[in-house]
Design a protein around this ligand. Sequence first.
Ligand SMILES: Nc1nc2c(c(=O)[nH]1)N[C@H]1C(S)=C(S)[C@@H](COP(=O)(O)O)O[C@H]1N2
Ligand SMILES: [Mo]
Length: 331
Amino acid sequence: MHFFHRDNGFVHPLASEITSRAVYEDRRNLLRLVAAGAAGGTLAAWAGRNALAATERAGKLAPLAGMPSKVPGAMTMEKLTPYEDATSYNNFYEFGTDKADPARNAGTLKTTPWTVEIEGLVKKAGKYGLEDLLKLSAQEDRIYRLRCVEGWSMVIPWVGYSLSALIQRVEPLGSAKYVEFVTLADKATMPGVSSRVLEWPYVEGLRLDEAMHPLTLLSFGMYGEVLPKQNGAPVRIVVPWKYGFKSAKSLVKIRFTDKEPATAWNKAAAQEYGFYSNVNPEVDHPRWSQATERRIGEGGLFAKRHKTLMFNGYEAQVGQLYAGMDLKKNF
Ligand SMILES: Nc1nc2c(c(=O)[nH]1)N[C@H]1C(S)=C(S)[C@@H](COP(=O)(O)O)O[C@H]1N2
Ligand SMILES: [Mo]
């Protein structure tokens, strides 16, 4: 980001309250078929799942069942990014700055046991084990666009639940206005943490109302399986209307504060990466336009670029959070 030039191309049905086991299974099968490139991500393709079952990818990771989300806007029908692309073209600087580094190097990440510490302006501070977090709320499938500030995008079927479920459980104090996300920085297992590309640990943050928005996801999986390490196992944040770097991976701490958190990319280059970092085609990065994006998996250099959408296409859901704000100043 700071170091890279603009990416220019080179390189359902609604769930009923009680969703049956069979529906979960069908949904997962669809996600796998799509991941294998065997289906187009449409319900029509879903209907053909049995015929295509033989092409199902051999699951390398443990399945993580989710039910189709009921949160408005959480299920784009755009074609999913192939699983292979979403798990081999990554930004996770703790494992190196090359797009292929996380897939190559993240095998060393030890994800069990794992705890997330809740601290700061909150009643129920403490360490929460992954097993408890997994059960805290019902897991949902959510298909979100992911737009990286570098000018590329993907469509990823995540599994998780609204971060608001966790926030409500831990009871923030009235004085809490922001949420800070701190991610793992372990020199022994993360080769990038010895470099000075960023200040470690990687820190991100949201305003409390942004963190409480139902689209903000606490994610444990993707493509119907537990998160691959390169995608931020075992638990990460996904904020679909903001540039990808706000979606912090491999979370170890969530801190409630009354001050805007100092975030990793803002500390590295404040004039380029603001606290808000809402996807906005009208606010260019100082070194490149943000008007369009390259969809990963669509044929590289010769594929037509997509128009970038305001708030990454989630304006109807999140626009109200920024009513009256100058989005050019608060970039
Ligand atoms: N801890 C941590 N989280 C991170 C990053 C990182 O370098 N370290 N990169 C961010 C960036 S720039 C993007 S675009 C997304 C990429 O997520 P993905 O690899 O799952 O697509 O992760 C974000 N979360
Ligand atoms: Mo990114």
